[in-house]
Design a protein around this ligand. Structure first.
Ligand code: GDP
Ligand code: MG
Length: 673
């Protein structure tokens, strides 16, 4: 089995050494960029990534999304549907910098993938369509990136398309995303006359040689008809940067014609601190403007050392501790993704925050309190991998050999433990029943479902106690369809599935209290546990939190883990319609125990009962998933669209013009779509 992998590895290894752009060995951390590309579906992420790899010499033939030959969209399902589902990671070299790219998916059904990758990125490129502008999905991802303080540059793609409007998109990035978007380029021409870009720092025009797929960038003076606009845009850029950056201000006061190097450094400082978003433009499909994105990644986006030291908690002492991005620090790494590989088994994707991870090393997982051994280390490039001896600070790679570690876990040195805060995932919104086609396939199905759920924190498997059916839930119909498809293709299990249905949730509208004393004879012994629980509403989409606000004299530490399990059990089925309970702050406020008769089971059961009573007392209510929609329509039909939205219980948020078209933004319950 492993031989297949080795074979692939050798082929790629040869490729790596021939270009001399292999690893990070010997490359300073300041020369590394970990970046992601985030955007609305169809904005051109995959095309942009593919072109970047091509110009960086990482791949020698350009793939196209529409014929299913791109390197990044490697899962069969992605190739068939022409979309990107699983974030694939890859590495290329540009100007002697190592650029690690994570290709995040744009489809709303796969937000967990985006969330996971944002947690490990140092910087990102937002790709926008020059016609579509800022669409709802890019908005969501952009705000997620803001939450993780990820510095960003923006690329306005598809400048060649009819209706392309560079300044329009810049204005939307400002108004809709609240980012201080500042063009560092201007397009030369647009729609079918789009030829290249003007670099506002050096004040040069750049056009691309059609004959060799844009590999040759032809630099020239700015065409006279664009000179005035370029002068004006540069002055605006200088002013914007000088306003916020001391050094550039000083240079500006000496002479308004700030040297391009000074200006570049100023833009870098402001981008790193999220005070501006430099905006570039081009047409990836037409091979225009992509090399300048790579330049901007190197010039403006952070290296792992530019990012503040990462902090976490020492699980032993509870103290906050931090780690600098430095190979000499003790090891800290985050598992951000799990993949089941048919040849090597379970692969864990890790980002190294400090220290060096070595092949064969023992690492400590503070969540499980277990030591685990790393058997292999791999650097990844879409679906191919290269074995390496070490992964250093700032690197992203795969490890094998971990048995009990999962997404969101920290790996560290046992003598210097640290635990990072774990990632938050949205609650699933669609579910369907699955059933093995034959009796014999039952176990296989269960196995497959467990593997899929382990990989994907937004895929939840549960058994409906009333019907005995297995229910699989996920982020949307497409997500469920892909899961079903993977069950068949990867695990060879044929299953019947029910109709996908919207998942409803329950929550509380008020504060409530519940108390339960469990005292029963079971299996020939007495079990006593007593818990008092308070619940109150938490902010929407924050999930449930559990806190203990009770002295250990009343509830000893040894039972808390079991109370927590009971509370989690309780939250799985609500009190109104057996829907999962979410967005509730749960506090254990009191309780008692018996020296002789208290048991784990008693506390777990008491917690379930107390929780249910507390929810009953706290004005429980249903929640339903609501989707953000953007509908683009010719003006004549706006009335019909509004009427239709109304009949679907939709709430219209905004109506505005984009070029000739009207754009309607609305929130509509998923059940009505
Ligand atoms: P993703 O969904 O964001 O990964 O977008 P893709 O890279 O799959 O691109 C979506 C579609 O837009 C594909 O059909 C591409 O060929 C097309 N596309 C990408 N870049 C450009 C561009 O610069 N100009 C034009 N006209 N089409 C483009
Ligand atoms: Mg794609």
């Amino acid at each position: 089995m492993v031989a297949v992998l080795e074979q692939k590895k050798d082929k790629k290894a040869a490729d790596l050494s021939s270009t001399g752009k292999g690893g990070q060995q010997g490359r300073a951390l300041s020369m590394v960029r970990n970046i992601g590309i985030i955007a609305h579906i169809d904005a051109g992420k995959t095309t942009v990534t593919e072109r970047m790899l091509f110009y960086a010499g990482r791949i020698h033939k350009m793939g196209e999304v529409h014929d299913g030959t791109t390197v990044m969209d490697w899962m069969i399902q992605e190739k068939e549907r022409g979309i990107t589902i699983t974030s694939a990671a890859t590495t290329c070299a540009w100007r002697n910098y190592q650029v690690n790219i994570i290709d995040t998916p744009g489809h709303v059904d796969f937000t967990a993938e985006v969330e996971r990758s944002l947690g490990v990125l140092d910087g990102a490129i937002g790709v926008f369509c020059a016609v579509g502008g800022v669409q709802p999905q890019s908005e969501t991802v952009w705000h997620q990136a803001s939450r993780y303080h990820v510095p960003r540059i923006a690329f306005v793609n598809k400048m060649d398309r009819l209706g392309a409007n560079f300044q329009g998109v810049v204005a939307e990035i400002k108004s809709r995303l609240g980012s201080n978007a500042v063009p560092v380029q201007l397009p030369i021409g647009q729609e079918e006359s789009f030829r290249g870009v003007i670099d506002l720092l050096r004040m040069k025009a750049m056009c691309y040689d059609e004959a060799n797929l844009g590999l040759t960038v032809v630099e020239s003076e700015i065409p006279s008809e664009h000179a005035a606009a370029a002068e004006e845009a540069r002055a605006c850029l200088v002013e914007q940067v000088a306003e916020k950056d001391e050094a550039v201000l000083e240079a500006y006061l000496e002479s308004p014609d700030v040297p391009s190097e000074k200006l570049r450094e100023g833009i870098r400082r402001l981008t790193l601190t999220n005070r501006i978003t430099p905006v570039l433009c081009g047409a990836a499909l037409r091979n225009k403007g992509v090399q300048q994105i790579l330049d901007a990644v190197v010039d403006y986006l952070p290296s792992p050392t530019d990012v503040p030291a990462i902090s976490g908690v020492n699980p032993k002492s509870g103290e906050t501790v931090s780690r600098k991005a430095d190979d000499k620090e003790t090891l800290s790494a985050l598992v951000f993704k799990l993949v089941n590989d048919p040849y090597v088994g379970r692969l864990h994707f890790v980002r190294i925050y400090s220290g060096v991870l070595k092949k064969g090393q023992n690492v400590f997982n503070p969540r499980t309190k277990k030591r685990e051994k790393i058997s292999r280390l791999l650097r990844i490039h879409a679906d191919s991998r290269t074995d390496v001896e070490t992964l250093s600070t700032g690197e992203i790679g795969c490890v094998t050999g971990l048995k009990d570690s999962t997404t969101g876990d920290t790996l560290c040195a046992e003598h210097a433990p640290i635990q990072f805060s774990s990632m938050k995932f949205p609650d699933p919104v669609m579910s369907m029943a699955v059933e093995a086609k034959t009796r014999g396939a039952r176990e296989k199905l269960e196995n497959a479902l467990n593997m899929l759920a382990a990989e994907d924190p937004t895929c939840i498997i549960r058994k409906d106690e009333e019907t005995g059916q297995t229910i699989i839930s996920g982020m949307g119909e497409l997500h469920l369809e892909i899961l079903k498809d993977r069950m068949f293709r990867e695990f060879h299990v044929e299953a019947n599935t029910g109709r996908p249905m919207v998942v409803y949730y329950e929550t509380v509208m008020n504060t409530g209290r519940g108390e339960h004393k469990f005292d029963r004879e079971l299996g020939g012994r007495r079990h006593i546990g007593h818990v008092v629980v308070e619940v109150s509403p938490a902010e929407r989409s924050t999930g449930n939190t559990i806190e203990f606000n009770v002295s250990t004299n009343h509830v000893p530490a040894e039972f808390r883990e079991h109370i927590e399990k009971g509370l989690i059990d309780g939250a799985m089925t609500g009190v109104l319609g057996r829907c999962p309970v979410t967005d509730v702050k749960i506090t254990v406020v009191d309780g008692s125990y018996d020296q002789e008769y208290s048991t784990d089971v008693a506390f777990r059961t008491a917690a379930v009962m107390a929780f249910r009573d507390a929810v009953m007392a706290a004005d429980p209510n249903f929640l339903e998933p609501v989707m953000a929609l953007e509908i683009v329509t010719p003006g004549d039909y706006t009335g019909d669209v509004l009427g239709d939205l109304n009949s679907r219980r939709g709430k219209v948020k905004d109506v505005f013009a984009r070029g000739e078209m009207q754009v309607v933004r609305a929130a509509v319950p998923l059940a009505e779509l």
